[in-house]
Design a protein around this ligand. Structure first.
Ligand code: ME8
Length: 515
């Protein structure tokens, strides 16, 4: 892997406020960004809002405002929400920003120059009562009648510019076939490949009937429609195609599975046409569902920000992050239930919190708050130390494979093993026998070392709590002690903890009074 790491989320529609789904993708990307920073890489983490298009126009009309005002107001909520949740994005792109619009214009100009765009006609359906365009699929499902009034839809045809997607489809297919890491998870890759093999039509990229968008540079009567504008954000944020950037190609585009096709086919085709390298990996994660249906604004079944903020205020933001990452193997659909949340919170409190609390408390009680020197001698010691030493490698592999659930649980599992070690070695009994003082030193020293590594590995997942935990162990989580990646420094520090003064063992995950 390169020493720089570029990760993106989709850019979200600000036609409403952020909800669980948006926060989920952004927290997953944040966890990846934090890990790669911890591992010493130069990271660029991009998120943002997708502000043009018909949805914005319709919602603005509903609220008797303009699309621009709606975008400003809701993009502000996205920015504030991500800040409040401690998201470590390096940039936030809005597609209405001048920097984006001018580079998208340049992109379209290049595609026009290559002869990859031509004028044709778009045929579709229109609901006159609702003043709404309806796609062929939806129209067919509604038997070509309005979903609201039941009146027949009218067919219309309008001029539109097309991008020669069909011409690029075989090249995209060959790329996907030759690069197994490009589309993940694998099941999704297979879906894309079979759809590609069924044939791909050219892509309608402009609308003459819409005013809210980026104008076609060759024809101000048309604005760009949706995907060319939106997908370009991943390069315009870096200044491409005008200026080269060391961050391109992206390492990971993290997206929800419903937008995989656009990222897997339209986006590579555009990049091929622009002679730019393709991103390394697209990862299409699953949906938060409720009763089997996708949580979405239009379904009205989503966990909204207010609810998430309540969980954060009651149990901590990190407990919410943990639950989101822990709820299912990464890639699968997820169901937000109160029972699962409690289970995952209890895991944090009873495994990690408890292990830290008892270790720090014993070091206080038996060794005057100073970590004693360990002289590992028994199998038990060596086994826990071997697990401790193996953790950074396992973590790197899990992050490389984007197994975010494993990334979140590896540190917890080490804390669980440390708890088992403490149970088996019975330091409270050793403390009663002065002849066993050396053995007690070892048990306390080995536990502190294992916990230091467990907590360090959790910094990407639980940025605040893991840092608090390390402080409890007497370690500055951002210690500039000596050079090298922070994770390496912390692991090194874990081997030299003798003499470190620990905190007082304040509970890391206090249970809320009424829970
Ligand atoms: O699609 N479960 O924006 P959007 C999990 N602007 N993730 C979810 C989710 C759910 N129930 N609901 C939303 C758009 N998401 C376009 C993208 S990209 C160039 C343009 C997350 O506001 C998930 O990442 O509808 C999904 O892909 C994204 O939000 C869609 O956000």
């Amino acid at each position: 892997m390169s020493e720089r790491f570029y990760i993106t989320t989709p850019i979200y529609y600000p036609n409403g406020q952020p909800h669980l789904g948006h926060l989920y993708t952004t927290i997953c990307a944040d966890t990846l960004a934090r890990y790669h920073r911890l591992a010493g890489r130069d990271v660029f983490f991009l998120t943002g809002t997708d502000e043009h298009g018909i949805k914005m126009v319709q919602t603005a009309a509903q609220f008797e405002t303009t699309p621009a005002e709606l975008a400003d107001s809701n993009a502000g909520v996205f920015v504030d929400t991500f800040k409040r949740w401690g998201i470590s994005n390096d940039d936030f792109i809005r597609t209405t920003q001048g920097r984006h619009k001018s580079l998208v214009t340049e992109i379209v100009r290049r595609l026009l120059d290559r002869g990859d765009i031509y004028l044709g006609a778009y045929e579709g359906w229109y609901d006159e009562g609702q003043e709404e365009f309806v796609t062929e699929t939806t129209a067919k499902a509604q038997e070509y009648k309005s979903a609201v009034s039941g009146k027949p839809l009218s067919k219309f045809s309008e001029p539109t510019y097309f991008f020669k997607l069909g011409q690029y489809a075989p090249k995209v297919q060959a790329y996907i076939e030759a690069n197994p890491q490009f589309i993940q998870p694998e099941s999704k890759r297979n879906e894309v490949l079979s759809k590609l093999k069924a044939g791909v039509a050219d892509l309608s990229i402009s609308r003459a009937t819409l005013k809210w968008g980026i104008e076609m540079p060759n024809d101000p009567g048309h604005v760009l429609y949706v995907w060319i504008d939106a997908l370009s954000n991943y390069i315009t944020a870096l200044g491409l195609p005008e200026r080269p950037s060391r961050f391109w190609p992206a390492d990971v585009h993290l997206i929800g599975k419903e937008i995989l096709w656009f990222h897997a086919v339209y986006w590579p085709a555009m990049l091929l046409a622009l002679d730019l390298p393709l991103p390394r990996t697209l990862y299409a994660h699953g949906w938060w569902v409720s009763d089997g249906k996708k949580m979405s604004k239009s379904m009205g079944n989503f966990i909204d920000l207010k609810k998430l903020d309540w969980y954060a205020a009651t149990y901590s933001q990190d407990a919410v992050r943990y639950h989101l990452l822990r709820a299912a193997p990464f890639g699968n659909d997820l169901d937000f239930t109160e029972a699962d949340f409690q289970k995952n919170f209890n895991e944090l409190a009873n495994v990690l919190g408890n292990c830290l609390n008892r270790t720090v408390k014993m070091i206080n009680r038996y060794r005057n708050a100073v970590v004693p020197e360990a002289s590992p001698s028994e199998d038990l010691d060596h086994r826990l130390l071997a697990e401790t030493e193996a953790l950074p490698g396992k973590l790197a592999a899990a992050f490389e494979r984007l197994e975010l659930q494993t990334c979140a649980t590896l540190g917890i599992e080490l804390a669980r093993q440390t708890n088992g070690y403490i149970d088996a070695t019975e330091p409270f009994k050793l403390a009663k026998d002065p002849a066993k003082a050396g053995r007690l030193d070892t048990v306390l020293g080995v536990s502190a070392r294992a916990l230091c590594v467990a907590l360090s590995s959790l910094l990407p997942t639980l940025p605040h709590k893991a840092a608090d935990g390390l402080r409890q162990l007497g370690i500055d989580p951002h210690s500039p002690d000596y050079g090298g990646p922070l994770l390496e420094r912390l692991v090194q520090k874990s081997t030299a903890m003798t003499g470190t003064k620990v905190g007082d063992g304040t509970a890391l995950f206090p249970k809320p009074p009424d829970a």
